[in-house]
Write a protein that binds this ligand. Sequence first.
Ligand code: SF4
Length: 472
Amino acid sequence: MLAELSGLNEECGVFGIWGHDNAAQLAYYGLHALQHRGQEGAGICTVNDGHLLIEKGEGLVNDVFPGDRLGKLPGRGAIGHVRYTTEGGRAFENIQPLVFRSTTGSLALAMNGNVINATELKRHLEKQGSIFQTTSDTEVLAHLIKKSGSYPQTERIKKALSLLQGAFAFVMVTEDALIVAQDPSGIRPLSLGRLGDAWVVASETSAFDLIGAETVRSVEPGELLIINDEGLKSERFAPKARRGICSMEYIYFSRPDSDIDGINIHMARKRLGKRLAQEVTIDADVVTGVPDSSISAAIGYAEESGIPYEMGLIKNRYVGRTFIQPSQELRERGVKMKLSPVRQVVEGKRVVMIDDSIVRGTTSKRIVKMLRDAGAKEVHVAISAPPLIAPCFYGVDISTDSELIATGRSVDEIRELIGADSLSFLSTEGLVEAVGRPDTDPDCGHCLGCFTGKYPTDIYADTKLPHEKELV
Ligand code: SF4
């Protein structure tokens, strides 16, 4: 929750479906289940008789699709997107899916993630005559695919994907197929599901549950799926590399009812809380969690420590959307609007406050003060993750480490700044083991970049730029 209040945001959520009469309707429901991943824009593109139809706009899924707007999107294939802005800015034209029409075949794309070498590739493409309509990374892939002006065949898509560096989960529709791609390290989550005869893909499996689809598996790192009326074909555009799934998906971003690689998020967060209790002993009367994302970890901590869990903080659910817009001033004002302490729970008590992260520290400081003002005798802050010390290059808006309170400070210095009686963090080994992926080697399985400064990919653009002929 602190992450949300103090500005740690996911970039986007994607959804795709092929082979269902109500494709747009199901994409709309799917996007609702992904709404927490982005609230600034939403869009759906369908394929109807070989024509791409697009409706999109600013705001929540409900705002963008009022009344019968979905009625304008017939077709048996669709992709959808919810957007949070980091790279590329907030202009309307950056709202996805992006549609590219040409006489040789049309294409629509949507992406979750961040292409590290997008600027380098754009410069290269512009030199070769490309004109970009948006400032979004996503458009780069379309230009790479369409460079020769012919129909986007599988080999052309593979070639284009192989030039991208970073984290990307793409969904695309052409006039006759849904195409899905996951970056070679599998950093952002992307799952494949089945709804009757239709195939579905989504950033999170919560989208499948909402539409009654079954989860089949995760899309593999470096995998390209081509889904059309003949079925599903799996190919590779990159060799299978070590998986580097974003650890923050387990800690904070994903919904508790989602699974990543068969691991349920709520259960993983409970284990993080349990492990934290094994690593950190605190003499206290009550455990509380900052709603919503830290509640699972707080329950785990309470179970393991034997200290009772209570609802010591309440989230005000009806605060206007303004307070989740990414501006520092609004974020700071938003804290008071969003949370209230339950005096009867904390008054006269030694409180353990579990949270999933400390970003800038300003929010933690306010919540500690809020609990003290409500009568808490002691406030012990325990974080169900290691300290955030480094930027994210993969689509999460931690852009500079100077924003992060934990960079270059000791735990005691941070404790003093936030005004807590004690402060503790989970260890990196504790995080990896508690999440419980089968590949528990810290250098395998997870991206831990913002906790360790070590990333699963190169973080500086180093593209072997293609000669124009190589793209044809
Ligand atoms: S750097 Fe952090 S937030 Fe970014 S992908 Fe890695 S674990 Fe996730």
